[in-house]
Design a binder for this molecule. Structure first.
Ligand SMILES: Cc1cc2nc3c(=O)[nH]c(=O)nc-3n(C[C@H](O)[C@H](O)[C@H](O)COP(=O)(O)O)c2cc1C
Length: 199
């Protein structure tokens, strides 16, 4: 039985295109593995905090020397990392906001990138420690970024792929639902995205 981690980063609930696209990916995964368990992490409901001094102090203090304050500050990070480590497949919903990812998703990433835990530095450079996972990115955008002039302005998919690769997740499939702000495309944008899913 595989474990799917469903990461939500749109606050729009049932109206969200990235959530609908991610749900369609999960439905397809469950067709292959009906017993798959889905754990949902809604980053818009109790978002991860921006990194503050207390978080950074905790990150860079050896675990054996953690004070109560360090332990409290690192709780979010430990929880997020444990959820990823427990999962076989990550489905990350990613609305495009101002050409990039939403700040709640960025905060989650900031709590996950931990030297010595999700990656390590070696003499050959950094090595990701989160191995054996597959990830799907469900991207929703108002414009069209899969081709054409705007493609250079998609900082969502290259960034997420680079971050995941850095921590060791290199088997990544991008699924796009795009054109929700384009009159001629908006009616079919979601269905086209769902039809493009390849598991
Ligand atoms: C604050 C905000 C910023 C946005 N910025 C962009 C953008 O830079 N480019 C774009 O194509 N669409 C942009 N959009 C449109 C969203 O990407 C689009 O509505 C998408 O469906 C949002 O995902 P969701 O439906 O899962 O919430 C923006 C929407 C919002 C609310």
């Amino acid at each position: 039985m595989s474990k799917i981690l469903n990461v939500i980063s749109s606050p729009r609930g049932a109206a969200s295109n990235s959530i609908k696209l991610a749900n369609a990916i999960i439905d397809r995964l469950k067709e292959q593995d009906p017993a798959a368990a889905v754990q949902t992490r809604d980053l818009t409901n109790g978002p991860f905090p921006h990194l503050e001094e207390a978080h950074l102090n905790a990150f860079f203090t050896p675990i054996a020397q953690h004070t109560d304050e360090n332990k409290a500050a690192i709780r979010h990070s430990n929880e997020a990392i444990q959820e990823i480590m427990d999962a076989d497949v990550l489905v990350i919903g990613a609305p495009m906001y101002n050409f990039g990812i939403s700040s709640v998703l960025k905060s989650w990433f900031d709590h996950i990138g931990r030297a010595g835990i999700t990656f390590k530095y070696t003499s050959e450079g950094p090595v990701g420690l989160v191995t054996g996972k597959k990830a799907y990115i469900a991207v929703a955008t108002g414009g069209v970024y899969s081709s054409g002039d705007a493609a250079a302005y998609d900082f969502v998919t290259p960034y997420i792929k680079a971050f995941l690769a850095f921590i060791g997740i290199t088997d990544v499939t991008v699924v796009r639902a795009e054109g929700f702000a384009v009159q001629e495309l908006q009616a079919t944008a979601l269905d086209k995205g769902i039809d493009s899913i390849v598991i």
